[in-house]
Design a protein around this ligand. Structure first.
Ligand SMILES: Cc1cc2nc3c(=O)[nH]c(=O)nc-3n(C[C@H](O)[C@H](O)[C@H](O)COP(=O)(O)OP(=O)(O)OC[C@H]3O[C@@H](n4cnc5c(N)ncnc54)[C@H](O)[C@@H]3O)c2cc1C
Length: 379
């Protein structure tokens, strides 16, 4: 599909991302999948290649470019275990809390080293007791002199075991509901911070997903991001773009699976003809191609709106749920068209199938997306 969203400069960057992933990620992905995490030096290499933190401003060492550069990273990483998401969790989610809300001191302390990849970022909202209901977080931060004393546990956190800084969603006022939630930038080397082993997952195996335990960690008060009690509001402001990132990677992963399947059915023969020549195959591919195009059109429109500062939360929730559902439908059909080979470990299409599943869960489950959309139905 012809797209007019990206400039020739974006396309040059796309070539660089593609080369980087082919040279640095693809050859190591099986080794990382076996370990359940990747090497920290992936980030320093990505930093050297200029792939990290495209939107961080020049004052903090970044290129100060537009978010379409991040969309390129998401798209190119999508058919490789959604690898772009590990990079953009750092580049486009964690950095945004610093850029948009943190003090000048915090920005200077973390952003330049996040741009180079020396320092890897994570965001910790979800707790063992629940992730959907962010307002009910139990991790607490109690003021004691010039520190907060942070206690609690977080789970399912992307980049956890490789992280150097984690933004922790904590309750600073037990009686104030959503207004009692704050964000703290926590150096993961602080005394009392521990990380579990990377969690063993059924998919996205090379991505790092882990736990944090905070035992009376003394976090200096000036590591508070923005104002105390505004954490929930900051999360709500950032979530639309975080959800759109999932939609961008979902459509790209669906497209990658579709293309790989077209190549496969052209080559594979049954009953004396190519599998591509069966009408059922062509009709199925026609449906997939149509749906991918619908998804691509919607996501590109959301990206345009976000660039113009006009992406509404409802559209972002729609894009997240519909495109991750689309990804699930497409990869499932593509496995079917691969026959038995589609079910074999190590096959790219089999990996795409298991990796797709988490997209409907993280970033707010698809049920939560529908709940959010349904709050504004003009009934
Ligand atoms: C690979 C991976 C990476 C992740 N990375 C991060 C990360 O970096 N940072 C982070 O903070 N979290 C992360 N998460 C956690 C993720 O965001 C949560 O798993 C998700 O928000 C759901 O929370 P939960 O697992 O506690 O499910 P629960 O909240 O227990 O939900 C269980 C089920 O109940 C449904 N449900 C809950 N409430 C409602 C409702 N009101 N209406 C209808 N249905 C409802 C849900 O949709 C779901 O089907 C990650 C998860 C995975 C799998």
């Amino acid at each position: 599909m012809q797209r007019d969203l990206f400039s020739p400069e974006h396309e040059l960057f796309r070539d660089a991302v593609r080369r980087f992933l082919a040279g640095e990620v693809a050859p190591r992905i099986e080794q990382w999948e076996a370990r359940g995490t990747f090497d920290h030096d992936l980030f320093t290499k990505a930093g050297r290649a200029g792939l990290l933190c495209p939107t961080v401003s020049e004052s903090y060492g970044g290129p100060g470019a537009d978010l379409l550069y991040s969309a390129v990273v998401l798209e190119e990483g999508a058919f490789l275990g959604n690898f772009g998401l590990s990079l953009t969790m750092h580049s486009e989610i964690v950095t945004n809390y610093f850029q948009h809300y943190a003090s000048e001191d915090l920005k200077r302390r973390w952003l330049p080293r996040m741009v180079t990849g020396e320092c890897v970022g994570a965001l910790a909202m979800t707790e063992p007791g629940g992730g959907s209901d962010v307002k009910s977080v139990r991790t607490n931060a109690v003021r004691d002199g010039d520190c907060y004393v942070l206690s609690g546990a977080k789970t399912f956190i992307s980049n956890a075991s490789v992280s150097d800084v984690v933004i922790v969603v904590a309750r600073t006022d037990p009686s104030a509901g959503a207004r009692g939630i704050s964000l703290l930038a926590v150096d993961t080397r602080l005394s009392g911070v521990s990380k579990g082993q990377p969690l063993t997952k059924i998919g996205l195996k090379a991505q790092d997903t882990g736990e944090f335990f905070f035992e009376r960690v003394r976090v200096p008060v000036d590591h508070l991001i923005g104002e105390e009690g505004r954490g929930f509001a900051y999360l709500m402001q950032e979530l639309p773009w975080e959800r759109l990132q999932i939609a961008v990677s979902a459509v790209a992963a669906a497209e990658g699976a579709y293309r790989a399947t077209v190549d496969y059915v052209r080559e594979r023969r049954a009953f004396g003809q190519a599998v591509a020549d069966f009408q059922t195959t062509r009709f199925l591919l026609a449906e997939l191609k149509t749906e991918i195009r619908i998804g691509r059109t919607f996501v590109d429109d959301c990206l345009r709106r976000h660039l113009a500062g006009q992406l509404d939360a409802q559209a972002a929730s729609m894009a997240k749920y519909w495109c991750s559902d689309l990804q699930g439908r497409v990869v499932d059909a593509c496995v079917q068209l691969h026959g038995g080979y589609g079910f074999m470990a190590g096959q790219a299409i089999a990996r795409a199938w298991v990796d797709a599943r988490a997209q409907r869960i993280y970033g707010g489950t698809n049920e939560i997306m529908k709940e959010l959309i349904s709050r504004d139905l003009d009934l």
